[in-house]
Ligand binder design. Structure first.
Ligand SMILES: [Zn+2]
Length: 277
């Protein structure tokens, strides 16, 4: 019989490694990060990394023999008075505990770290000269440049091709023929940064979850073109970077989940009879 040279650490070891790279103190005040489920002394051989802790990713962690999940979005953000299995989140908490799987969250603290969530997105897109939009200030917005300029419409196809596949793909706003080389970007919902990005003079801004009124007003004011990808697709690249970091810091196996946790499950482009001249 062969014995496996078992990589091993503990829940506390993973927590310490995460805290060293993504200190909880860097999280926004409203955010809820850190260890959610688990015993710091429990052994960890394998960690599943996911954008969201939802029933599907918890099931994946259990099926694949993970002892711990490290996820981006908080499972419990607002006040909770029950984790009974009759509640959606309570069922997830029970499934984690009864399966011996710990849960750790790194959210806005991972967004503002360097490298952080948006750096992984920029790397996935092959951007050059990536730097924070506001040097010296801890924030999630990065700027970088494409190796050569592309029309906005071609950029949409490029981004859709480079990012993990989702049902919704990539939308753009602005003149489709506009040349884009300098890009600002932020993983996840980024419309609170529209004004800062407009002031920076980039050609386009890539983020997720853009809304009608803020986007319309931004473009009407002459702001950079907008590239709206799916929330999950903009944050999924970080899981690969995080996997490398955890394997560098610890004796641990990592699995980056490819379960798409976006809410959108299908997309049908409208039939446009005649494009406007
Ligand atoms: Zn997010």
């Amino acid at each position: 019989m062969t014995t496996h040279p078992a990589p091993s650490t503990t829940v506390g070891g993973v927590v310490a490694a995460m805290q060293a790279r993504y200190p909880s103190a860097w999280a926004e005040e409203w955010d809820r990060v850190g260890l959610v489920v688990g015993d710091p002394g429990a052994p960890v051989r394998r960690v599943l990394l996911a954008v969201d802790c939802v029933p599907e990713t918890v099931a994946e962690a259990v099926e694949r023999g993970a002892d711990m999940m490290v996820v981006h979005h908080p499972l419990l953000l607002r006040g909770v008075h029950s984790v009974a299995t009759t509640t959606y989140k309570g069922a997830a908490v029970h499934h984690l505990i009864t399966s011996g799987v710990a849960l750790f969250v790194a959210h806005t603290n991972a967004d503002v770290a360097t490298p952080g969530v948006t750096d992984a997105l920029a790397a996935r897109l092959g951007l050059l000269d990536v730097a924070p939009l506001f040097p010296g200030d801890r924030n999630p917005v990065r700027v970088g440049r494409l190796p050569e300029p592309r029309p906005l419409e071609k950029l949409a196809a490029y981004v859709a091709d480079r990012l993990p596949a989702t049902r919704t793909g990539v939308r753009v706003a602005g003149d489709p023929s506009r040349a884009v080389q300098r890009l600002a970007l932020v993983g996840g919902a980024g419309d609170s940064f529209l004004a800062d990005v407009a002031a920076s003079g980039v050609d386009a801004f890539l983020t997720a979850d853009l809304r009608h009124h803020p986007a319309s007003e931004h473009l009407a004011g002459g702001g950079p073109a907008l590239v709206d990808a799916s929330h999950w697709a903009t944050e999924r690249p970080w899981l690969d970077a995080l996997a490398v970091e955890l394997r560098t810091d610890l004796s641990v196996e990592t699995i980056a989940s490819d379960i798409v946790t976006d809410v959108w499950t299908a997309h049908a482009p409208s039939a446009i009879p005649e494009e406007r001249p």
